[in-house]
Structures are given as structure tokens and as C-alpha cells.
Design a protein around this ligand. Structure first.
Ligand code: MG
Length: 256
């Protein structure tokens, strides 16, 4: 069966920060999505996430190959930082997904943005955070619940823009109709528990409604960071009223 995606997105600066350093990409035509959470002073974070998203899209459009596109994004962030003293040291997370013809969603991942799968009402995290607290959880020194509240949770151990030698995690997910996949920056997961996320994703409503509902929940909880959420609904057949507006709207949406 052919799998198609209905994709909804929402992003917000949150309640504390004065600008949004998250970037995202939705290309319905390519079946390519990404979330990037930039870091670095002096607007470096915004530049890093935007540079990564642009380079990922350009590389994937030209050559295909998700891992190569993530590596190209890393190279682009390093090059950009190299050419500008004010941007030195900037970096970004990148969690990207592309739907293959066989209905497999391949996810390429670096950093602590996340991808989740909601299937039959059960929420599973697909990605592993490249962070200090996740390593402590893996080592049995912290529980998942303790990690959600640990003050060190923003310390990441892998990101784009740090080293030209990049290790990219790849996670293939074979989608079935009814699956809902969610990509997000840590502005969601630091504010809203996994249980609440599961509840909100299971409520009535389409992909865009679900994405906005999660962003609103993070803001209601304090919104201390930028929040970006993409929701991908896997379907076997698209109703005509879903296909047509998307065509009119153009295939490439992004905020960079
Ligand atoms: Mg963040």
C-alpha cells in the first residue's frame, strides 16, 4: 500500500525568549521534514538552524540520501561559522525525516530534538537524545522521570557545527495507515511530560491542530524555550479535500 503523509506544523518563540532560534522544514513534494534547534550567542542560533535547514534541503534535492544531507548541513554550519567571528561556536540540532516509496520513514538525527511514534494509542520515542542526562539514564544513574526535571538536561553531547566528523543516527520506521509521527524541539519536551504529549496527540483533530495543541501546552506550562512541533499523519488514501488545499498552498513550507 502507498503511504502518504498529512503534515501539520506549529512553532512559537515561547514566553521567555525574545527570538525564535528553532527552524523547520516541510517539503510535501519530497516527503522531507526537519526540525533544527540552534544555539550560540549573537543570533548565532538562528543562523545555525536556518543554515542547516537550507543545506539539508539543497543537498537532498540535488543528490538524495538523508545521511549525506545531514552531513552537508553540518559542513554548511561549520563553513558559515568559519567565515564570521560573531558566529563562531554556533551549533544546531537536526532531526530530519524522509518518506520512501516503500512507506518507510527514515529519520536522521543529531542532538536533543526528538521524534516520536504514536501507534494504536501508544507513544514511543524513536530518537535518542545526544545529551548528558540521556547518557546518565543509559548508565542507570538517572531514571527517565528524573531526567525530565534535571537542570543539566540542556547539555548536549552531539550537534551540528562542532566537528566535521559527524556521527548521524539513522532510524527507519515502517509506517502503517493511522500512524502519527511527531518531531519536536526540546522546548516541548522540557515543558510537557511524555504522558501529556501522548494524551494531546490522541485527542480528536488533524495534524495541524495537534501540532498547535502541543505548542500551546508548552506555553501554558511556562514556555521557557522556543517550541517547534511537526505532526505527520500516515494515511493510505488522502481525501480530496486534504490534497487540494495543499496543492494550492505550494509544496514547500519553512520557517528559517
Ligand atoms: Mg531548544
Amino acid at each position: 500500500m502507498t503511504i502518504r503523509l498529512v503534515i501539520g506544523e506549529a512553532t512559537d518563540v515561547g514566553k521567555v525568549r525574545d527570538h525564535n532560534e528553532d527552524g523547520y522544514l516541510v517539503d510535501d513534494g519530497l516527503g522531507l521534514v526537519a526540525v533544527a534547534d540552534g544555539m550560540g550567542g549573537h543570533r548565532g542560533g538562528e543562523v545555525a538552524s536556518a543554515t542547516a535547514i537550507e543545506a539539508l534541503h539543497a543537498s537532498f534535492t540535488q543528490h538524495g540520501g538523508l545521511r549525506d544531507a545531514v552531513v552537508a548541513a553540518n559542513d554548511a554550519v561549520l563553513d558559515r561559522a568559519d567565515g564570521d567571528e560573531a558566529l563562531r561556536g554556533m551549533g544546531t540540532t537536526l532531526t530530519a525525516g524522509v518518506l520512501g516509496d516503500d512507506g518507510t520513514l527514515l529519520i536522521g538525527h543529531v542532538g536533543d530534538s526528538r521524534a516520536y511514534l504514536l501507534r494504536d494509542g501508544e507513544l514511543t520515542r524513536i530518537t535518542t537524545d545526544h545529551s548528558l542526562v540521556e547518557e546518565l539514564v543509559a548508565a542507570g544513574e538517572l531514571t527517565e522521570e528524573e531526567a525530565e526535571r534535571d537542570p543539566r538536561r540542556s547539555m548536549i553531547t552531539r550537534a551540528l557545527g562542532l566537528d566535521s566528523d559527524l556521527v548521524v543516527d539513522l532510524h527507519p520506521v515502517i509506517l502503517v495507515p493511522g500512524d502519527r509521527v511527531m518531531f519536536c524541539s526540546d522546548g516541548l519536551t522540557n515543558m510537557v511530560s511524555g504522558r501529556e504529549i501522548a494524551d494531546l496527540l490522541t485527542k480528536e483533530g488533524g495534524a495541524a491542530t495537534a501540532a498547535q495543541r502541543l505548542v500551546d501546552a508548552a506555553n501554558d506550562a511556562g514556555g521557557v524555550d522556543n517550541i517547534t512541533v511537526l505532526v505527520l499523519d500516515a494515511t493510505g488514501d488522502l481525501p480530496a479535500d486534504v490534497v487540494e488545499p495543499r496543492k494550492r498552498r505550494g509544496i514547500f513550507r519553512r520557517r528559517v
